[in-house]
Design a protein. Sequence first.
Length: 235
Amino acid sequence: MPDIREFIVDAAGVGRRLDAFLARASGLSRARVQGLIERGAVLVDGHPRKPRHALRIGERVTLAVPPPEPLALTPEAIPLDILYEDEDLLVLNKPAGLVVHPGAGRTTGTLVHALLAHCRELPGIGGVERPGIVHRLDRETSGVMVAAKSEAAHASLSAQFKARVVRKRYLALVRGTVGHETGRIEAAIGRRERDRKRMGVRARGGREARTDYRVLRRRADMTLIEASLETGRTH
């Protein structure tokens, strides 16, 4: 059965586009709302309207959100180190060796499989019953990750990552002696020409990457640094 929601247009909503009003009122993404409008799942005073319909005071907007479609993956009871969880989001410590998303060569044993098993009831994101992964860590990188459990949380977190509000800091043990105590590395990163499974600095064809670092400790031929990533790139 669809989830029926009703909203009455007040003074703050007068003149606003139907899709923009509903996205704000429902917590769904604007693209999701537009799709539901096109499917006839949104009525204004009992009549279908276009996404650009300008709302008037007192209009009753009815939204029918269909139940989420199941994701074509089998949940797997993989242990998770949960740092925080509420009804909207989950924060966990990802260990090294755990792949975030299923993909070529990895169809089981990922973080997505584990979250599907942990979160028994997901309201759905984009109409699909799935956890909202808004960022990722490389397979061999450990660290804190946040996953959305609701569409509103997914939209908010995605916007924060896009606006670079979220600060990303990493500890890295690097081989050799780092010459400066602090610095910035600016280079284009892409797949290596001779080994497409690995990433490296490219003279052309890579994606812009900026990383600030500071030295924390020096030991023989190893240096422990803290790296702050301004851009999220696979390294």
